[in-house]
Design a protein around this ligand. Structure first.
Ligand code: SF4
Length: 415
């Protein structure tokens, strides 16, 4: 049997697509090998959202070169956001690569029917399910619309069938994925909305939990918020990337909302779903960001008190509006200082939020074991560890929270 290896970097969408590749190769009788030296087929799934991710993929690929030289029959394939329609430059740079195929597409040597039906035989208790690909927004800093194309939703019935089958095979939680899940369905003939999809999935037997990400503040509807509040299986956790706290910067980023609109949305979400877990993304050091504008981001974090904030320093991505038209004029030192400041601020905020959970009983879905301890997530997306001798995999358990930190919680099972 041929051996295969997949290396993945980047967002949950990449991870979901790599999981589909795993299923496809397993169904075709391939064996996964952890060491690339033993592989007959290597796929690397790339990300270009930050320069650092692109550099790591390039280094990885260069490391494969000697293997290919020693064994010319080895197949090397590259997918993910690095692969554009025109791959000439990549082909020149990495002539030893056999195939380049675009993110989310069927590998060119595989039968398309097999690709569309590839599902893991024994899926993880928590599994990702892509529902919409691409993005129509063209935020000034973002390369996604250029690499993944315009929004393309999967038919609602196809997603419902897939989730039913995943639940039958053992999945207990699905995370619906898209670059902008709030746009789900607008390109389909019957124009279903994300709220309709959540309502249908909520009825699936054997499925305990549903999550979805990422949302766009300008597209999130009150109907969706009310649906999340009402449906028992939909986790009370919302990812709402703010990106910046200043209106000038939001406008330069072409985000399509003001900070006042963003704050109003947060108020609306919290009034409909009082215990919601809120997650945000912030970019520091966007072109022209002044200290005063950065302070507005500091104010946003201090006032809203998110449960999680994914922080990044701006780096220009070739081909984007920001890279073409704006000078990357915030120094590396200032970006680092602003990033470190927000990291510390957020750490203090989450320390306080999590400390309030001490002594409370919270339900988690057990996703696996790490260093001898079971772990899982709360509905609000907090990671919790606990000890138990029973096999808890894939089960919903109630834990009393004993210890908290900004990164995770420790609990004791409550029988
Ligand atoms: S909404 Fe903006 S940041 Fe998100 S994928 Fe689309 S273009 Fe990129």
């Amino acid at each position: 049997m041929p051996n295969y290896h997949i290396w993945t970097i980047g967002c949950q969408m990449n991870k979901a697509e790599s999981e589909r590749l795993f299923s496809l190769f397993e169904e075709s009788g391939y064996q996964f090998v952890p060491d690339v030296a033993d592989a007959d087929l290597i796929v690397i799934n790339t990300c270009v959202v930050r320069q650092n991710a692109e550099d790591r993929a390039a280094r990885k690929l260069q490391n494969f070169k000697p293997f290919k030289k020693a064994r010319p029959d080895m197949i090397i394939a590259v997918t993910g956001c690095w692969v554009e329609s025109n791959t000439d430059q990549l082909k020149k740079r990495f002539p030893f690569v056999d195939y380049f195929f675009k993110a989310g597409e069927c590998p060119p040597w595989v039968d398309r029917t097999k690709w569309s039906q590839a599902l893991p035989k024994e899926p993880q208790p928590a599994t990702y399910v892509p529902i919409i690909q691409g993005c129509n927004n063209f935020c000034a800093y973002c390369v996604v619309p250029y690499r993944r194309g315009r929004e393309k939703s999967r038919p609602l019935s196809e997603i419902v069938c897939e989730v039913k089958e995943l639940a039958r095979r053992g999945t207990r939680e699905v995370t619906l994925l898209g670059q902008n899940v709030d746009s789900y369905g607008h390109d389909l003939p019957e124009k279903p909305e994300l709220a309709d999809l959540l309502t249908e999935l909520n009825d699936i037997d054997g499925l305990y939990r549903i999550r979805f990400l990422t949302n766009h503040p300008k597209d999130m509807s009150l109907r969706l918020i009310k649906t999340v509040a009402q449906l028992e299986k939909v986790c009370k956790s919302i990812t709402l990337p703010a990106q910046a706290g200043s209106n000038e910067i939001l406008q330069a980023m072409r985000r399509g909302y003001s900070i006042e609109e963003y704050r109003r949305l947060v108020t609306e979400i919290r009034s409909e779903i009082p215990d919601v877990g809120l997650v945000s993304d912030i970019i520091v050091g966007f072109p022209s960001e002044t200290e005063a504008q950065f302070q507005e981001t500091v104010n946003l974090l201090t006032e809203v008190k998110f449960d999680t904030v994914h922080l990044a320093a701006y780096s220009p991505r070739p081909g984007t509006v920001a890279a073409r038209e704006m000078a990357d004029d915030v120094s590396a030192d200032d970006k680092k200082r602003r990033l470190t400041f927000l990291e510390r601020l957020q750490e203090n905020i989450v320390t306080e939020i999590n400390a309030k959970l001490t002594g409370k009983t919270i339900e988690i879905l057990v996703e696996g074991k790490q260093k001898g301890k079971w772990y899982g997530r709360t509905g609000t997306d907090k990671l919790v560890f606990f000890n138990d001798d029973a096999n808890c995999m894939g089960k919903l358990v109630n834990l009393r929270i004993d210890l908290t930190s900004p990164w995770s919680l420790q609990g004791t099972i409550n029988y």
